[in-house]
Design a protein around this ligand. Structure first.
Ligand SMILES: [Ca+2]
Ligand SMILES: [Ca+2]
Ligand SMILES: [Ca+2]
Length: 136
């Protein structure tokens, strides 16, 4: 929510529980000069499966490494174009990474952990938990 540091960052979450979590900013792997403190915005949504105003919603957990892993939804989504958000909720490997979606349908989505290659060509990544919000 602020721009104190000039270099792009992603965020990494660890120690996620019902009571809170740790969050850190991560610049690309080739940069090792740290990042100035920023104000970070966040939302937390309780895990669950249901409907709101007749629209199906799921907040569920998956996990993946660098290989696409299919997550099947619990409900049959009727919309062709859904809202699907996924973010890592663990930091099992520190290499800079984000969540990628390799395929998407009304019945599920394939997530994987995408490393960037600013420092080296290595893109294998340990299994991370992925929190998923899917809605019609
Ligand atoms: Ca920096
Ligand atoms: Ca790497
Ligand atoms: Ca790696």
């Amino acid at each position: 929510m602020t721009y104190a540091g000039g270099q792009a960052v992603t965020t990494r979450v660890s120690n996620l529980s019902a009571y809170g979590f740790n969050i850190a900013m991560q610049e690309q792997e080739s940069l090792s000069d740290g990042h100035r403190a920023e104000t970070l915005g966040w939302i937390a949504i309780e895990r669950g499966i249901g409907t709101e105003g007749g629209r199906r919603i799921e907040v569920i957990e998956s996990s993946a490494d660098h290989t696409p892993t299919l997550l099947n939804y619990n409900q049959n989504f009727r919309r062709r174009f859904m809202t699907v958000l996924g973010d890592m909720s663990t930091t099992n490997e520190i290499d800079s990474a984000t969540v990628g979606v390799s395929s998407e349908s009304a019945s599920g989505a394939e997530f994987f952990i995408r490393e960037e290659q600013s420092l080296d060509a290595e893109t294998d990544h340990a299994v991370e938990n992925i929190s998923v919000f899917a809605a019609e």
